[in-house]
Design a protein around this ligand. Structure first.
Ligand code: PLP
Length: 457
């Protein structure tokens, strides 16, 4: 009876993020009431393996007692204090040093916000401030990619290149410019992967030249595009786009909101997976494994030196949030990283993530599975009507949703994304969990194929 009341309260009053209200109003929600490591349990006592890891974020797994203790201890010491000007807190300082230790190259300075969108908004403000300090006042424009996802605040949404997210909003087209998505699966059949990469790198250079290098401030890119469909760019793409940026004095921002803190088996993927040292890295999610909200914008020594220099015109770095460097979130971040290191979760991901990739690839023998792509614990299954032509299944069939529903009935949560399904499980996933996940997904795709036939698709 209590769960029914919660279900009703939710339906009546809670505006969910990213929700199709027409179906929500009909069915309401599954109430997630309990959790443990890689599983969640609903109000009716049904247990599910969480293949989404919350939302690509519960990296160390659910319900760790150590996390609860660290969080409670910090609350009893200092639950909140603002670090503006000349005060700090122990966890905010310690975590900044820890992030600087883990981050590649000379990225040694950390600004905190409450999540990934804010980390990206902060990056834009810092970049604009930086070029203003340097007297390069026209260097303002941002280039990002179609299908890149950078968040939901107005600025982050504008940089985001998922066209669906722009419907009904005004993107500042003077400020933000999108180039195409380096999706190897969708390249022309006759084009080699090398030529495809050349073309995409050249496109960035052309865009910078078209806008004028004096007007372009930064390029934003995820190491692997997440919400755009887990797009792994062709080999060399990041290194070469970084070179193009350096050639024209354009800052390279790596949005590691999903990829940092273990998802690809590294603390930071830009360096360890793609061999680049960006000028700025943004991160969130895995930084606290979602236990508390926290995001970070990590700056190079060079950028920090410029923004922290006294200015003749009296400009001050007036950027911040009440909850910048929230001590309890930072304490959660510190404990989270301590656990990741102590348990060598990156090593676990290298091992089990490779097995996961391998096993998921076996789904390619199913008639509607056109592509299985991604790396380690960041993977996507793309379903198509025709594997040769890569033609899509009628969007009205909602194939991603159907598969996710079948999985859910079988105790597995996967994320539907149009005709695709995305997997980003907690990093503690075991080999047995992988086997359950892959066989359940297979069964659900097979069931969905039957449904599609029955419904005339
Ligand atoms: N950047 C990337 C790559 C993301 O995947 C996300 C969220 O999924 C964000 C930014 C936005 O982060 P948040 O939702 O914490 O604001």
């Amino acid at each position: 009876a209590e769960m029914y009341q919660v279900w009703q309260q939710d339906k009546d009053h809670y505006i969910h993020p990213w929700t199709d209200f027409s179906t929500f109003k009909e069915t309401g929600s599954i109430v997630v009431e309990d959790s443990d490591n890689v599983h969640i349990t609903d109000g009716d006592g049904n247990r599910y393996l969480d293949g989404i890891g919350g939302l690509w974020c519960v990296n160390i797994g659910y319900a760790r007692e150590e996390m609860a203790q660290a969080i409670a201890e910090q609350i009893m010491k200092v639950p909140y204090y603002s670090c503006f000007g000349h005060h700090t807190t122990v966890p905010a300082a310690k975590l900044a040093a820890k992030i600087a230790e883990l981050a590649p190259g000379n990225l040694n300075h950390v600004f905190y916000g409450c999540g990934g969108s804010v980390a990206n908004d902060t990056a834009v403000r810092i970049i604009h401030f930086y070029f203003n300090q340097l007297g390069k006042k026209s260097k303002k424009k941002i280039i990002s990619r179609i299908d890149g996802y950078h968040g939901s605040t107005y600025m982050a949404m504008s940089i985001t290149g998922v066209k669906f997210d722009h419907i009904g909003f005004d993107i500042d087209e003077q400020l933000v410019h999108h180039i195409s998505c380096p999706n190897p699966y969708r390249r022309p059949e006759s084009q080699s992967i090398e030529d495809f990469c050349d073309e995409k790198v050249q496109e960035l250079e052309n865009k910078i030249l078209e806008l004028g290098p004096d007007n372009v401030a930064a390029f934003f890119a995820e190491p692997i595009m997440g919400a755009g469909g887990v797009i792994v760019p062709p080999k060399g793409y990041h290194k070469r786009t970084l070179d193009v940026c350096r050639k024209y004095g354009v800052l390279y921002v790596s949005d590691e909101v999903v990829t940092a803190f273990g998802r690809l088996g590294h603390m930071f993927a830009s360096k360890d997976e793609f061999d680049i040292v960006p000028d700025i890295i943004t991160c969130a999610k895995g930084l606290t494994s979602g236990y508390l909200p926290l995001g970070a914008t990590i700056l190079s020594d060079d950028i920090y030196d410029v923004i922290s220099k006294p200015q003749a015109d009296g400009a001050l770095f007036t950027h911040g949030f009440t909850y910048s460097g929230h001590p309890v979130s930072c304490a959660a971040g510190l404990k989270n990283i301590e656990i990741m290191e102590r348990e060598n979760l990156c090593g676990h991901v290298q091992e089990i993530g490779s097995y996961f990739e391998e096993q998921l690839k076996t789904l390619m023998d199913l008639p509607i599975v056109g592509d299985v792509r991604g790396k380690k614990f960041m993977v996507c299954v793309e379903n198509v009507a025709n594997k040769e032509s890569k033609e899509l299944i009628d969007p009205e069939a909602q194939v991603g949703n159907r598969i996710a529903d079948h999985c859910q009935k079988r105790g597995l949560i996967v994320r539907p994304l149009a005709h695709m399904n995305i997997l980003s499980p907690p990093l503690t996933l075991s080999k047995d969990n992988v086997d359950f996940l892959v066989s359940t997904l297979r069964e659900s795709i097979v069931e969905t194929m039957k449904d599609l036939k029955q419904d005339g698709y």
